[in-house]
Every structure is written in structure tokens, then in C-alpha cells.
Design a protein around this ligand. Structure first.
Ligand code: NAD
Ligand code: LMR
Length: 326
């Protein structure tokens, strides 16, 4: 039996938490042979609800669940964790843009970045889900100077999965057969889902669709505004699909993608002209617990415009929190 991996989940009493924890404990994230210890963080007033979730986790009798901790103290929750899913934040409600959450949530990620810096495993893999995810991940990274900045990531995988399913519907092909999709930039309506290099069973998706207007006027707005459409329809923000994307993101990062492209929000290394450290969605492949940007893609004029647009939004968000980072 492998030694258990300590996994922190913040916002454990929330709706994403409820869709996420059972799947982590059942081995869907780190593998069916990998025991886990769940370290659950939520606010003091949510501790009772967390206890209820833990009772349900116990009642599943998951063979891989080797222990659980519930706390309202980030330094307890993050102690020695190898994976940290930062979900807890205030979600957006009807009529709000994600950047309206910036001020409300920036403080949370400063405190949590510092706590990770102090007590987490030195190789901790951090995924920020709480919105605005890219900028929150940037804040956490900047608040943790002793950890490798490359270990801080933001969730763009939901946008990636949404784009896959729209392409599958448009082409009438199976989602599983689509490869080489890229999503650039911010987890927001400005993200640029780019299928120019995508293939289905080796055939070009761009050639198959051959409809620039559909790309610009239907596909990109549908993917970009999907979060708002779900809030409008459900009265609550996406939860099960967000939890699913978080599982996909960490599983692929830890266990590898076998050469397949996935999208992760990562600190830029300057690739594709994105300033260093901007937490930007890139196409990556993962191997041996490391991600690597897919390099050498040609950026045409339309793509450059879209990438610049989403970058400008991220730069604006970054400027909006600069005063908090000293
Ligand atoms: P929710 O309101 O159901 O749950 C949030 C939980 O976080 C609550 O239990 C709350 O008490 C807790 N919390 C708040 N502040 C906290 C703190 N400082 N420390 C620990 N816990 C704290 O919300 P949800 O639907 O689970 O969504 C969580 C976040 O995920 C929101 O910011 C939402 O916008 C975001 N989200 C992101 C994506 C993405 O693709 N990146 C997708 C969906 C949702
Ligand atoms: C989503 O994309 O579903 C989430 O980011 C929730 C939101 O506020 O849109």
C-alpha cells in the first residue's frame, strides 16, 4: 500500500466541495491505489456543515480514505499537504462579473498563500478554483515566496471541457476523440478557446467546421458565458462540472497526459509574448508531475487580438490587487 497523500480542500462545506470530496476519496483524482488524507478548511460558521460532510464521507467507507481533519485555521489545513485545492471563496451571483469578486476574495488568498508558504509540503501542487481564479492564484503565489511559483495554478479546465463539448456537438463527433485544443488566458468571458490545431481522429477540426462566423459569434461567446448561463438557469454557479474539472486538472498534472494537450492556468514563463508571472491559460502536456507549455504554435492575427484582450483583463486585475502584495 502506498503512503497516503495529504490533500487540502478549502470551502469544504460549499457546493463544489460536496461534488469534489467524494470523488477524491474514491480515488478518481490520484488513482485507485493511492490513499488520501483530507484536510478540510472552511469558515468557523461552516464547521457544522463540514462535520456533516465528514459523516457522509465516513458512511461511504472508502477504502482509500486514510484520515480527515476539519478546521477553520489555514495553517492546520495546509500542514504538510502535497495537493491543495483552493475552492473556498465567495461565488458570483446574478448580474455580477467575476472581477467584482476581486476585492472580496483577494484577502483570502493572501492569508492562504502565506499559510501554504509556512506549513505545506515544499512540492505542494496548488490549484485555485475560487474566482477570479487566475488572479487569486497569482495572489497566493506572490504570498508564498519560499515555494516554487510553478506549483501555483488556476483552473481553466472547465473552459477547456466546455469547449470540447461544444465542438463535439457541432461536428457530431465524440468528445473523447478531440485532441489538441487550447484555451488561452483568463477564466472569464475573455478566454480564447482555440481549435485551430485541434484534430478528431487526425482530421483538422478547423477544416471540418470551416465557419469563422460560428467561431467568433457562437462558439467563443457560448464557452465564455457558460458560467453566467448556468447561474441564470440554476440560480447557483456551476458546481459538479467545476469539481469534475478540478479532478481532471490535478489527475493530469500528477499522473500525466500521455502527450495529450490540456489547458492549465500557470505563471507565464514569457511564452507567446505573455509577460512573466501572469497567471495565464496555456495548452500544456504533463509528465512526471510537471507541466510543459506546448511551444511553437503560430499565432495568427485573430488569435493575437483575442490573446491580447484576455491578457489586458488579467493585467488590469493584477494592477487592482498590487497594493495588497506590498
Ligand atoms: P459556495 O458558496 O457553495 O461555497 C464556498 C465555501 O467556501 C463556503 O462553504 C464558504 O463558507 C467557504 N469559504 C468562504 N470563505 C472562506 C475562507 N476564507 N476559507 C475557507 N473557506 C471559505 O461556493 P461554490 O459554488 O462551492 O464556489 C466556490 C468558488 O468557486 C467560487 O468562487 C466560484 O465562483 C468558484 N468557481 C470557479 C470555477 C472555475 O472554473 N474556476 C467554476 C465554478 C465555480
Ligand atoms: C463558471 O465558469 O461556471 C464559474 O466560474 C462560476 C462563475 O461565476 O461563472
Amino acid at each position: 500500500m502506498k503512503a497516503p497523500v495529504r490533500v487540502a480542500v478549502t470551502g469544504a462545506a460549499g457546493q463544489i466541495g460536496y461534488s469534489l470530496l467524494f470523488r477524491i476519496a474514491s480515488g478518481e483524482m490520484l488513482g485507485k491505489d493511492q490513499p488520501v488524507i483530507l484536510q478540510l478548511l472552511d469558515l468557523p460558521q461552516a464547521q457544522n456543515a463540514v462535520k456533516g460532510v465528514m459523516m457522509e464521507l465516513e458512511d461511504c467507507a472508502f477504502p482509500l480514505l486514510a484520515g480527515m481533519v476539519a478546521t477553520d485555521d489555514p495553517e492546520v489545513a495546509f500542514k504538510d499537504v502535497q495537493v491543495a485545492l483552493l475552492v473556498g471563496a465567495r461565488p458570483r451571483s446574478k448580474g455580477m462579473e467575476r472581477k467584482d469578486l476581486l476585492a472580496a476574495n483577494a484577502e483570502i488568498f493572501t492569508v492562504q498563500g502565506r499559510a501554504l508558504n509556512k506549513v505545506a509540503d515544499r512540492n505542494v501542487k496548488v490549484l485555485v478554483v475560487g474566482n477570479p481564479a487566475n488572479t487569486n492564484a497569482y495572489i497566493a503565489m506572490k504570498s508564498a515566496p519560499d515555494l516554487n511559483p510553478n506549483n501555483f495554478t488556476a483552473m481553466l479546465r472547465l473552459d477547456h471541457n466546455r469547449a470540447l463539448s461544444q465542438i463535439a456537438a457541432k461536428t457530431g463527433k465524440a468528445v473523447a476523440d478531440i485532441e489538441k485544443l487550447a484555451v488561452w488566458g483568463n477564466h472569464s468571458p475573455t478566454m480564447y478557446a482555440d481549435y485551430r490545431y485541434a484534430t478528431i481522429n487526425g482530421e483538422s477540426v478547423k477544416t471540418m467546421i470551416n465557419d469563422h462566423e460560428w467561431n467568433r459569434d457562437v462558439f467563443l461567446p457560448t464557452v465564455g458565458k457558460r458560467g453566467a448561463a448556468i447561474i441564470e438557469a440554476r440560480g447557483l454557479s456551476s458546481a459538479a462540472s467545476a469539481a469534475n474539472a478540478a479532478i481532471d486538472h490535478i489527475r493530469d498534472w500528477v499522473l500525466g497526459t500521455n502527450g495529450k494537450w490540456v489547458t492549465m492556468g500557470i505563471p507565464s514563463d514569457g511564452s507567446y509574448g505573455i509577460p512573466q508571472e501572469v497567471m495565464f491559460g496555456y495548452p500544456v502536456t504533463c509528465e512526471n508531475g510537471q507541466y510543459k507549455i506546448v511551444e511553437g504554435l503560430e499565432i495568427d492575427e485573430f488569435s493575437r487580438e483575442r490573446i491580447n484582450f484576455t491578457l489586458a483583463e488579467l493585467e488590469e486585475e493584477r494592477a487592482g490587487v498590487a497594493h495588497l502584495l506590498g
